[in-house]
Design a protein around this ligand. Structure first.
Ligand SMILES: [Zn+2]
Length: 692
């Protein structure tokens, strides 16, 4: 398993869990044993004590497995060593994964606090396992297994042990553990500061021009005629995109880009310092060198080469987009020489409307949340040849969570949990979590989506931006990867154990299906009239969606570059604002705002650390994958099944590069990506129907 991150939330907003020494405090007493042991944390009860008892059981199970593994006399084998190691890993994975989920979604502050502490404890135990020299020696003594997937798992595990520093002396290993401890603790504190810091502005009702009606309906003025707009995505995103009032946009953008600032200055400093020192202890020049050593990309030098290729592909079309936007804005206001960063989304939306005769609000009535949910599940089901059926009666962490089972014919593949709307105290982002891994014949994989889409409250139809629908597909791509790729002999062969810089490929691949009318017309219906999304409106939307493709990619390069730079130097010398500003100005034509401290709420710095590039690399791979499908019949031809078998089903039984090569029949290429960028202002190549 990855030594630098847990695969627990290998996705959009992965929690970078490394580890810690177990806190000295003893666990509270476990609750009285129930008739059947709870498989999931929330089945044990919804109190902090119940969670603690449940986690303790997993840690004890792992300890027992390690003791059994070390007690083996005679020849080492897969059965008496690797299988027992996997049991320990599986128990700790569950403890860490589910604590981590409850830390984001737990119903009470007390529960979230406890879940935060327990995430750290479980991480500590995982680190201890992966630094245990006796376990390492036992695994190293297992003869090469005949099964290629098992052999890969064993070899990869041994590699991770070596990279983790298992061969260092006892004092160095203790230092490594202490640093891992600090990394986990600072990382959690960094994320927590973001979760807990919802800012808002108060505006006059008269300033709400341009905002959609349902936004106005859910933002009624108080007694003094003021309306509150928060930095939560369902509030801030539409406001920054649609509000005609410049003052509103500027104030909201500024508070949004100051979330967790200055609180996270110390958290980030502590996090980066611990990472930097750990990299040194392990023999790497920087954290970035360390974090890329076991990834597809291999090293920061190779990454820079790759980023340069993407930069070359993106720069010129991006500059054309930016020039066109500026010319458009200057027609309205000749005094503007540079568009303020706070206005970028607004002007892009205005330009898109004018250029493509498309108002993104016009499609929102066709995307009410409940219908979109059914549509995404149905599309994934048809594409991957699985059946996704609602299941009642499962205990969850909150009454609003819905549950489904995934089947392949009569064979059940796993269970999924959807927690899709914002609520007080809940994680603000969009992520996929593996709740547990699959182990053939013993347990099926379970996964959860934690999102913040509109809807979920009475009287709100939950009209989604079309970009929300794309995010939904993205997250569902992760979920399908986890479920379909979690059908192996060992937990450690599950999909999220694959190289971290491959995990965003299956998710971004599924995003592309949004652009197909055959797919969309199965569920995009007007929430009042039930009319299907008109083809003509779809075509304008698809054309408009090609803008601003290149500047969006440049923004991804900005995040990738900033993430790399935060992890490529001695953190004591880093000026966080300066690093951010440099990346911003390199990849944006809008004006940098000195009040911009976005890095303080950029939780990917915890989750992905230096490896944000994953999104760009995987976009290139995802588009290459998608280009293998027949644009005239995306669903229903053998390609979907071939993709499922070649890319998703292997989970982590093979290196990611081999999966890519197998599906494409060659190494990946930037060709499909370049074509996609240059599809600018043209209808999508996939603007065709696919048979249901
Ligand atoms: Zn993702």
């Amino acid at each position: 398993m990855p030594r630098t991150s847990s695969p627990v939330r290998a996705h959009c907003r992965a929690l970078w869990i490394a580890a810690a020494l177990l806190p000295g405090a003893a666990f509270a007493a476990a609750p009285p044993a129930a008739a059947a042991p709870a498989v999931l944390a929330w089945e044990a009860g919804d109190t902090p004590a119940a969670l603690e008892g449940w986690v303790k059981q997993r840690l004890q199970r792992a300890d027992a497995a390690v003791a059994r593994l070390l007690a083996v006399k005679g020849a080492r084998s897969v059965d008496n060593t690797l299988a027992v190691y996997d049991e320990a890993y599986d128990a700790l994975y569950d403890a860490q994964a589910q604590s981590s989920v409850l830390y984001g979604v737990g119903a009470t502050k007390e529960l979230r606090d406890k879940a935060q502490a327990l995430t750290q404890s479980a991480s500590a135990a995982l680190t201890a396992l992966n630094l245990n020299p006796e376990v390492y020696r036992a695994l190293a003594a297992v003869p090469a297994p005949a099964d290629a997937g098992v052999r890969h798992y064993l070899e990869h595990t041994l590699l991770e042990y070596r990279l983790a520093g298992v061969d260092k002396d006892a004092a160095t290993r203790a230092r490594i553990k202490a640093l891992q401890d600090k990394i986990t603790e600072r990382g959690l504190a960094f994320e927590r500061a973001v979760h807990d810091d919802v800012r808002s502005i108060s505006v006059d009702q008269s300033q709400l021009g341009g905002l959609p009606q349902d936004f106005l309906d859910s933002h009624k003025p108080d007694a003094s005629g003021k309306v509150k707009i928060t930095t939560d995505p369902p509030d801030a995103y539409p406001a920054l995109k649609f509000a005609d009032n410049e003052d509103l946009r500027h104030r909201l953008w500024l508070v949004d880009h100051q979330v967790a600032y200055p609180a996270n200055t110390d958290n980030l400093r502590g996090l980066l310092e611990a990472r930097h020192e750990l990299a040194h202890v392990l023999g790497f020049a920087t954290w970035a060198d360390f974090a890329m050593a076991d990834q597809m990309i291999g090293s920061p030098a190779k990454l820079k080469e790759f980023l340069k290729q993407v930069d070359t592909a993106t720069r010129e079309p991006g500059a054309r987009e930016d020039a066109a936007l500026l010319a458009f804005v200057q027609q309205k206001n000749p005094a503007i020489q540079k568009i303020p960063a706070a206005d970028a989304r607004y002007w892009q939306e205005q330009y898109r409307r004018a250029k493509f005769n498309f108002d993104s609000q016009s499609v929102r009535p066709y995307f009410p949340y409940p219908a979109v949910e059914r549509g995404v599940l149905d599309t994934a089901g048809r594409l991957f040849h699985v059946q996704i059926k609602p299941v009642a009666g499962l205990k969850t962490w909150h009454p609003s969570v819905t549950t489904y089972e995934v089947f392949d014919g009569s064979r059940k593949l796993g269970t999924i949990y959807l927690d899709m709307h914002p609520r007080e105290g809940k994680d603000k982002w969009f992520s996929t979590s593996a709740l547990n891994q699959g182990v053939e014949g013993r347990q099926l994989p379970r996964g959860a989506l934690v999102c913040n889409f509109p809807g979920g409250i009475a009287a709100d139809p939950g009209l989604m931006q079309y970009g929300d629908v794309v995010v939904f597909l993205h997250e569902f791509g992760h979920l399908m990867h986890h479920i379909i790729g979690g059908q192996h002999r060992f937990a450690g062969q599950g999909a999220f154990n694959i190289e971290g810089d491959f995990v965003e490929a299956p998710s971004q691949m599924l995003e592309e299906f949004f652009h197909d009318y055959g797919v969309l017309s199965t569920f995009a219906r007007h929430y009042q009239t039930q009319q299907v999304l008109p083809r003509e409106l779809y075509e304008r939307m698809t054309r408009a969606d090609t803008y601003p493709r290149s500047s969006d990619q440049l923004r991804q390069l900005m995040y990738a570059t900033a993430s790399l730079n935060y992890h490529s130097a001695d953190p004591a010398q880093l000026n966080f604002d300066a690093v951010w500003k440099e990346a911003f100005e390199r990849y944006n034509s809008t004006a940098y705002n000195p009040g911009d401290h976005f890095w303080a709420s950029f939780t990917h710095l915890n989750g992905y650390s230096s490896n944000y590039y994953t999104y760009v690399l995987d976009k290139v791979i995802a588009l290459d994958f998608f280009a293998q499908f027949d644009p005239h019949k995306l669903i229903g031809l053998p390609t979907g099944m071939r993709y499922r078998h070649t890319v998703l089903a292997p989970g982590a039984t093979r290196p990611a590069g081999a999966l890519v090569h197998d599906f494409l029949g060659r190494d990946m290429s930037l060709e499909a990506y370049r074509k996609w960028l240059l599809a600018e202002f043209e209808p999508s190549a996939t603007a065709s129907s696919s048979a249901r």
